[in-house]
Design a protein around this ligand. Sequence first.
Ligand SMILES: Nc1nc2c(ncn2[C@@H]2O[C@H](COP(=O)(O)OP(=O)(O)OP(=O)(O)O)[C@@H](O)[C@H]2O)c(=O)[nH]1
Ligand SMILES: [Mg+2]
Length: 361
Amino acid sequence: MFVDEVIIRVKAGDGGNGCLAFRREKFVPKGGPSGGDGGRGGDIVFVCSQHYNTLLHFRFNPEHKAQRGGHGEGSNCSGHNGGHTELPVPVGTVAWDLDTGEMLHDFVKHGDRFIVCHGGRGGRGNQHFATSTNQAPTKHEMGRVGRERRVRLELKLLADVGLVGFPNAGKSTLISRISAARPKIADYPFTTLEPNLGVVQCTDERTFVVADIPGLIEGAHEGHGLGDRFLRHIERTGLLLHLVDVSGVSGRDPANDFDVILNELASFSPELAAKPMFVAATKMDSAQDPELVERVRAKAVALDMPFYEISAVTGAGLPALIREMADRVVLPEIPVEEPPVDDTPPSGYPDQSPGDDDDDE
Ligand SMILES: Nc1nc2c(ncn2[C@@H]2O[C@H](COP(=O)(O)OP(=O)(O)OP(=O)(O)O)[C@@H](O)[C@H]2O)c(=O)[nH]1
Ligand SMILES: [Mg+2]
């Protein structure tokens, strides 16, 4: 099950209480205060891990606590510190404070750590409160309460290229053709119910990640079809690839489909609509009416968007499309400066002693 949003409650450990005690020992009159400090409560820490790809593990397990600190004891013994609780989250998770709406952290790298709730400080024991005028203090502190928070975790997949288009436009077919991803493909709308990622290898060793999301229909921003909630998964992509089915099988006008999708993207977020977009007329192998293709091309050209004609079934047009997508999203490698080559061969180099027996071994 793909879970991309959860609300959880987390509570850091409370600090241990400081102790009230006096030293009592034979032959040591007036031993003085000896109450130890309480230990610190454990923190709640989110740790970004590439071994997780959904938030499913929080779905049925939404409450997490860290260990409390131990109380201080007599003979100036401090309480133990509470253990931290580490909660793994997948790469691409954004954590929000549910009550204030504040964004807490965006986890983009494996190993990222963020302390979401600090444990409470331990209270001081009465040993700290002796003064010149009060040699037998009874004052001691309680441990502080560990912080508690309600956190909304939202997963936004990290991909370079996002596929958008109507249901049945051929998005899943394309990703299965250009990457090793094997999503379900069928000739009915809404085959894809959750996002899929595929890694595309360009011919020249460059790779980029493509996200296939469920199709959009008119009114998706009002909840029609599967709604537009999956669009958040392409919010971080550098490029959108808009697939328009020009086969005419759907009975709709592809030029109108094109406008509908642009409207839905703009209704979801202006930033998404402003992303660079490539337009691909798909199913060219079964396109009957060249007029339909031309109308989509005219619209793309008017908006200054690169236009391609492809077929995910025959593979026509794919190499050029992949290459240009790679040019757009993959940063050119920074040339590594080679250290100066030392021409003089090291002593004992085999070429310098042709008669050496070691040569043949
Ligand atoms: N002739 C032809 N058929 C295609 C091509 N690409 C996809 N199809 C067919 O179109 C149908 C829908 O393909 P999908 O890849 O499932 O479409 P989708 O855009 O992922 O659809 P949803 O997941 O429902 O949004 C399938 O029957 C595919 O075989 C193509 O290039 N040529
Ligand atoms: Mg699909």
